[in-house]
Design a protein around this ligand. Structure first.
Ligand code: MN
Length: 174
């Protein structure tokens, strides 16, 4: 700031886009920015909270993420995930559905409830073993953005991550 001249403020605003029919919404236009191609996570490192109680699945998913250059922090239960989120920020959450103490649906609902007070919307991708009819609906109702079926397949996981993180604002020319 300079007296008589004014002040310059810089800030970063993070937006999440509404999903419709499983696809990211159209690019956001505003603020005089011209949206370019949507941002992809190819070549971009993201920090993932991996919520999973099964040790084998923890290792499998962590390895996939780390091989692609991403960082994974493991939470063994839904309750632990909620605790970790109080002190750390992540780009997205991979959420197992069946877990002891607090399952994926409950944890997601709790995270969304807290976001109502704090603002923001972290992408949550459910990892579900029961590929049952109505499962996708239940995930959506709990506040999950997308889901992938277990066992986790690399291609499906990264496609879902791309989709969840596709925010064209990042690549806009301002
Ligand atoms: Mn589980």
């Amino acid at each position: 700031s300079e007296p008589g001249k004014g002040s310059a403020f810089h800030f970063t605003a993070r937006f999440s886009l509404q999903q419709k029919d499983g696809w990211p919404a159209a690019p956001v236009k505003g603020g005089g920015c011209v949206p370019q191609t949507p941002t992809t996570i190819v070549g971009k490192r993201v920090t993932v909270l991996l919520v999973e109680d099964n040790v084998v699945n923890q290792k499998l998913a962590s390895r996939l993420l780390e091989k692609a250059g991403h960082t994974a922090v493991v939470a063994e239960t839904g309750r632990r995930a909620v605790e970790i989120l109080e002190s750390q920020t992540f780009d997205l959450i991979l959420m197992d559905v069946q877990m002891p103490d607090m399952d994926g649906f409950e944890a997601t609902a709790e995270i969304r409830r807290r976001e109502e007070a704090s603002g923001g919307h972290i992408p949550i991708i459910a990892m579900t073993a029961h590929a049952m009819v109505g499962d996708q609906e239940r995930c959506r109702e709990a506040g999950m953005d997308l889901y992938v079926s277990k066992p986790i397949r690399t291609e499906e996981l990264f496609a879902a991550m791309e989709q969840a993180l596709a925010v064209s604002v990042d690549s806009a020319i301002c």
